[in-house]
Design a protein around this ligand. Structure first.
Ligand SMILES: *Cc1c(COP(=O)(O)O)cnc(C)c1O
Length: 420
């Protein structure tokens, strides 16, 4: 098969071979390996070209039509395009596309909707939440009083009645849903109810599942939530960055929190790439992509479970699986991640709910299907990928065997070229 995209770095090659070599070697790693990191994706040539454009040269503090610098005519075109496409994609009333990344997007929403020291609720990091959802080492846990909720011990899934009960006691100003390592569908409607019952702002961080939400493969909370943040580089398959979508009534507060509250100039080259990516996501084939991501995840779940692997919650509804590797194979997450890496298979160690081990060496690994699906793989390939995973885990201490698997992985990946 032919590669879909051909990257040209001719000038860089001549001018700075050291950086060029590192980029080429990284591209080779991406193409020759099985990428299972659930938060990653592969962007199109158009997204790469927009990111690599002269828009990086511009300063445009402010918003379209209201800039603190001259010469922003074309930047306004691009930013308005990104906003309009995002509105269409998610049914949003208001969109801010300037947040530099997922974490600062969350910071901006907290800053807009709460006072420092206010109480909010977010899911524990060890049970699937993100650092910015109130972890004590993060600004979100330091600047706000975060009372965290957890998953049910038996089902390892969200227990909405328990969350509601806790919210009635805690009386938070804001309740955050949307996660980093939660393999199941989120009942956003139920979260809206809970927030209404306790008078809390209803906010979601859909960084991981945005691509699924955009096309209805996962319930999309944007039309009826107060504010929703997302990264643009995960399942949404755009450039590294983020955006905030909110109801019109919070628009001014959110925009002010981003600029001048938190940031200076927006990254206009990334804004252009966001516009391109949203344009791609509005095409009918993006829905096919999102549907296939979930089919692939389910196929991999079935195959792994048939081979004696325990998945947290016993399966998946989205793009990711959380594997209890300690119980399944008597390996720690760190050992499993390392063994898989030696076999050319990339994932990340991850805590599992009620983990008895440390976050640095937890009991689980997290794997996802967005990258492999972008490369064109389907359910039958998930079987092969699963057998590579099992083989590597079963030979985790045998470097020669892992090196042999890596060769086979490379051959396998050749069938799905993406960047030349
Ligand atoms: C990835 C992620 C973020 C952070 O995004 P960065 O761009 O890495 O700052 C925030 N929230 C959730 C739920 C995420 O999964």
């Amino acid at each position: 098969m032919e590669a879909k995209y051909e990257m040209h770095l001719d000038y860089l090659k001549k001018q700075d071979e050291v950086v060029y070599d590192a980029i080429e070697a990284e591209k080779k790693r991406q193409m020759e390996g099985i990428e299972l990191i659930a938060s990653e994706n592969l962007v199109s040539q158009s997204v790469l070209e927009a990111m690599g454009s002269v828009l990086t040269n511009k300063y445009s503090e402010g918003y379209p039509g209201k800039r603190y610098y001259g010469g922003n005519e074309q930047i306004d075109v691009v930013e308005n395009l990104a906003i309009d496409r995002a509105k269409k994609l998610f049914g949003a009333e208001h969109v801010n596309v300037q947040a530099l990344s997922g974490s600062p997007a969350n910071m901006a929403v907290y800053y807009a909707l709460m006072d420092l020291g206010d109480t909010f609720m977010g899911l524990k990091l060890t049970e699937g939440g993100h650092l910015t959802h109130g972890h004590p080492v993060n600004f979100s846990g330091k600047h706000y009083n975060c009372v965290q909720y957890g998953v049910d011990k038996k089902t390892e899934m969200l227990d909405y009645d328990a969350i509601e009960k806790q919210a009635k006691e805690v009386k938070p100003k804001l309740i955050l849903s949307g996660y980093t390592a939660y393999p199941r569908a989120i009942d956003f409607k139920r979260f809206r109810e809970i927030c209404d019952n306790v008078g809390a702002f209803c906010v979601a961080d859909i960084a991981h599942i945005a691509g699924l939400c955009a096309v209805g493969v996962h319930e999309n909370p944007v039309p009826y939530f107060d504010a929703v943040t997302t990264t643009t580089h995960k399942t949404l398959r755009g450039p590294r960055g983020a955006m905030i979508m909110c109801k019109e009534e919070f628009a001014e507060k959110i925009d002010k929190a981003v600029f001048p509250g938190l940031q200076g100039g927006p990254h206009d080259h990334i804004t252009a790439a966001r516009a391109v990516a949203f344009g791609e996501a509005l095409q009918p084939d993006f829905k096919d992509y999102a549907v296939q991501i979930v089919k692939n995840a389910k196929a991999m779940a079935e195959e792994l479970m048939a081979n004696g692997i325990r998945l947290v919650t016993g399966g998946t509804d989205n793009h990711l699986l959380l594997v209890d590797i300690f119980q399944s194979k008597a390996l720690t997450g760190k050992e499993a991640e390392h063994a898989l890496e030696l076999a050319g298979i990339y994932c990340n160690k991850n805590t599992i709910p009620f983990d008895t081990r440390s976050p640095w060496n937890p009991s689980g690994i997290r794997i996802g299907t967005p990258v492999l699906t972008t490369r064109g793989m389907k359910e039958s390939e998930m079987k092969e990928v699963s057998s590579f995973i099992i083989k590597a885990l079963d030979n985790s201490k045998e470097e020669a065997k892992l090196a042999e698997i890596k060769k086979n992985v490379k051959e396998f990946c050749k069938q799905f070229p993406f960047y030349k």
